[in-house]
Design a protein around this ligand. Structure first.
Ligand code: CA
Length: 245
């Protein structure tokens, strides 16, 4: 199958990155907004969960910074609600490391967690890392077109997998894993490398996480998930995406 080469990402005019900041503590919110604006981000502020959701729907941002403890509608509920319709990168902000452990166990689909207090430098580094990971596969692969892989159609720009014309529900990380493998078609990766590339250096997960997401992708894309033609296991090493001609 022919894929029309697309312009490299540096040929595309750079748009400012829009961040939605949902935080009820005014002093912290304003300090963060200043720091982010200083880095060239365009920041929208919301002081409650409901206001955050409304802002998200009115103008979808490129990334959401979401405080966990918000009055009335909490960060968990906001995150779930956004995830029901969007893969937008979300960084959750928590007050205690123990909360981070608890809510990351809920698998809300947040892309990262930061614990207060944090420096704006640390936060900006996290934001850039999450944006890089979210962008994986979109930069050099086929933006705006669809790829046919095994039984599925991959909409890279919309971050969706379709099977027989129907969108298959996948966790954001499963899609990011797929996008990474598409960008690196034919290259074999160990589970540890995939954790590092897709989940990030600071992800304290187990390599089994990769297997779980790979299983979901095979279910979504392969005619016979146990005998994958595209998402292949390399015995004793890890995984590779192959795209037979
Ligand atoms: Ca709060």
């Amino acid at each position: 199958m022919a894929i029309t080469p697309l312009p490299q990402s540096d040929a595309v005019p750079e748009q400012p990155i829009k961040i939605l900041l949902v935080e009820d503590e005014r002093a912290l919110r304003e300090a963060l907004a200043d720091a982010l604006t200083g880095e060239g981000f365009v920041v929208t502020q919301a002081d409650t969960g409901a206001a955050g959701l409304a802002a998200f729907r009115a103008a979808p941002p490129d990334l959401i910074l979401l405080d966990l403890m918000l009055p009335e509608m909490g960060g968990i509920e906001v995150c779930r609600s956004i995830r029901s319709s969007s893969h937008v990168p979300i960084i959750m902000v928590t007050a205690k490391a123990s909360e981070t452990d608890r809510i990351s166990g809920l698998d809300l689909g947040a892309d990262d967690y930061v614990t207060k207090p944090f420096s704006s430098r640390e936060l900006i580094a996290r934001i850039r890392a999450v944006l890089r990971r979210a962008d994986v596969g979109v930069s050099s692969a086929a933006v705006g077109s669809r790829l046919r892989i095994a039984e599925a159609e991959i909409d890279l720009e919309g971050q969706r997998v379709l099977r027989d014309g129907t969108v298959v529900h996948l966790k954001p990380k499963a899609f990011q894993l797929l996008a990474f493998l598409i960008e690196n078609t034919g290259r074999v990766y160990t589970r540890e490398q995939l954790l590092d590339k897709v989940w990030g250096y600071d992800y304290a997960g187990e390599t089994r996480t990769v297997d779980v997401h790979m299983h979901a992708l095979r279910q979504a894309m392969e005619a016979i998930p146990a005998e994958p033609v595209a998402l292949q296991t390399v015995r004793g090493i890890g995984y590779v995406l192959r795209r037979p001609a």
